[in-house]
Structures are given as structure tokens and as C-alpha cells.
Write a new protein. Structure first.
Ligand code: PLP
Length: 252
């Protein structure tokens, strides 16, 4: 099932159809992850699922949270902050939800990221990192960050070039209020498994290379890659976190 039905159920006591749909979709994505891990000889617990809820409302987040999902990804900061606050003020409490920013961040928006998010996946400039570290409040846990790498050298995409990655990683790793957790990629779409695999393997190689050259290598444990269309190839190459939107919430 990929799209959310809009009709209300005839029986008001029945769960809303979008809830059924989201929990069914979530179970199907977990099954894809489980199979991909088995095929790659990896533990199913080695891969985390980030539910990308961008463009969907707080009720979609609540439906997924009710089905056990804890980590949510958002791209657009204004939309995200409103949604985070809406979920936090609900009478039923969803303790332990994690919010991941996966969209581009301009310097005038770093305060919102520092205040409201647990993770940022798209860090690609030292200036942004320094602002975030300065703005992260002392009573909050350090902000978890992944460096976004531009794997295809596309002008249209953000991300640090592979040649500049190590310098950026070493500079970010010593910022006090950030915790450098790994790398993130959004490769150009590829339709066949082998070419998806090749670009994910190249990212994995960069990940391993950077890891050996950091002051705290054990913190560098996250390879954020793979989306609805290519999560199998990403898991095969060593992804530890797949970011899935449409396969859970429907087409945007
Ligand atoms: C939207 C988005 C996703 C989810 O994409 P789907 O194809 O809907 O699974 C993952 N990562 C990023 C950075 C996104 O912007």
C-alpha cells in the first residue's frame, strides 16, 4: 500500500485507516530491512529505520509512533518545528521520540536545528558546524551530526566533496557541543541494483577511511544511506540507517 486513504471509517470505534496503513507499511519496511540484512549476512539490529515524515502531519507521526517507530526525519525547518511542538504537546506522551534533520540548513536556521533536533544528517560546512556547536544549549545532549558527502559531484546537490571530507571531519570532531556520528549520502537515483550498490560501496569505503583518522573513532558508527527505492543495496554495502518516507507514509 503506498497511498493513504482519506475516507473515514464507517465505524467510529475502528482505528482510522491511515493508522492501519502506516503500521502495515512500517511492518513491510521492517521486513525488507530484515531480508536485506539476512542476504548480506548482517544482524537485523545493525540497521536503524528513520521514518521520513516531511510533508505529512503530526497525526502521521503519531500513527507511526503508536506502531513503535521512534526516529523521525524532517527536511523543512518551519514545518518540522511546528510538528515537533504539536507532538510534544499531545496529551498522550510519546517518550523517547528522536528528531533528525535531513534537509539543507542555511546559517540563519542553525538556531532552530540546535534547539529542536537530536540529529543533523546534512552537515557539509565548518561554518554551520561552529554555529551549531555554539548554539547547542548546555542542558541538552550534544547534537549528533553526520557529514553529507556529495557522491556524484552533482552541482545541484549539497554535500562535501570526497576530497574535502577528511579535513572537515577532523575539524567537526573536536567541536564541543557536536558529536560526529558518521556520513550521509543522497546519490543520484539509479534503477538497477548493481549501480546502486557501487555508489553505496564507495560511500562505505570513505566511511571506513575517515573512521581510522578520528580522535574518537568509536563514536563514528553511523552510515546514513538508502531510501525507499534503494535500501536493499544500501544495506548490502553497510548502511546502518535507512531513511524511508514514501514506503511508510505514501506518495508525497
Ligand atoms: C525525502 C527524503 C528521504 C525519503 O525518501 P523516500 O524516497 O520517500 O523514501 C530520505 N532522505 C532524504 C534526505 C530525503 O529528503
Amino acid at each position: 500500500m503506498t497511498s493513504l486513504p482519506t475516507a473515514l471509517p464507517a465505524d467510529p470505534a475502528a482505528p482510522a485507516p491511515d493508522r492501519i496503513c502506516i503500521s502495515t507499511n512500517l511492518a513491510a519496511v521492517h521486513e525488507r530491512i530484515r531480508r536485506a540484512c539476512a542476504a548480506a549476512g548482517r544482524e537485523a539490529t545493525a540497521v536503524h529505520l528513520l521514518a521520513v515524515s516531511k510533508t505529512f502531519g503530526a497525526e502521521a507521526v503519531v500513527a507511526a509512533a503508536a506502531a513503535g517507530q521512534q526516529a523521525f526525519g524532517e527536511n523543512y525547518l518551519q514545518e518540522a518545528v511546528a510538528k515537533i511542538q504539536a507532538v510534544q504537546t499531545l496529551p498522550q506522551s510519546f517518550a523517547g521520540l528522536e528528531w533528525h534533520c535531513i534537509g539543507p540548513v542555511q546559517s540563519n536556521k542553525t538556531k532552530l536545528v540546535a534547539a529542536h533536533f537530536d540529529w543533523l544528517h546534512t552537515l557539509d560546512r565548518l561554518k554551520i558546524a561552529e554555529r551549531l556547536s555554539a548554539q547547542r544549549a548546555a542542558d541538552q545532549a550534544p547534537l549528533n551530526v553526520c557529514l553529507q558527502v556529495n557522491m556524484d559531484g552533482e552541482d545541484s546537490k549539497s554535500g562535501v566533496a570526497p576530497q574535502a571530507l577528511l579535513d572537515l571531519a577532523q575539524a567537526v570532531a573536536v567541536l564541543p557541543r557536536l558529536r560526529l556520528r558518521g556520513l550521509m549520502t543522497i546519490p543520484a537515483p539509479r534503477t538497477d541494483f548493481q549501480s546502486q550498490l557501487a555508489v553505496h560501496q564507495a560511500a562505505r569505503a570513505l566511511f571506513e577511511q575517515v573512521k581510522t583518522q578520528l580522535p574518537v573513532p568509536h563514536d563514528f558508527d553511523t552510515l546514513s544511506m538508502g531510501m525507499s527505492a534503494d535500501l536493499e543495496a544500501a544495506i548490502h554495502a553497510g548502511s546502518t540507517l535507512v531513511r524511508v518516507g514514501s514506503a511508510i507514509f505514501g506518495q508525497r
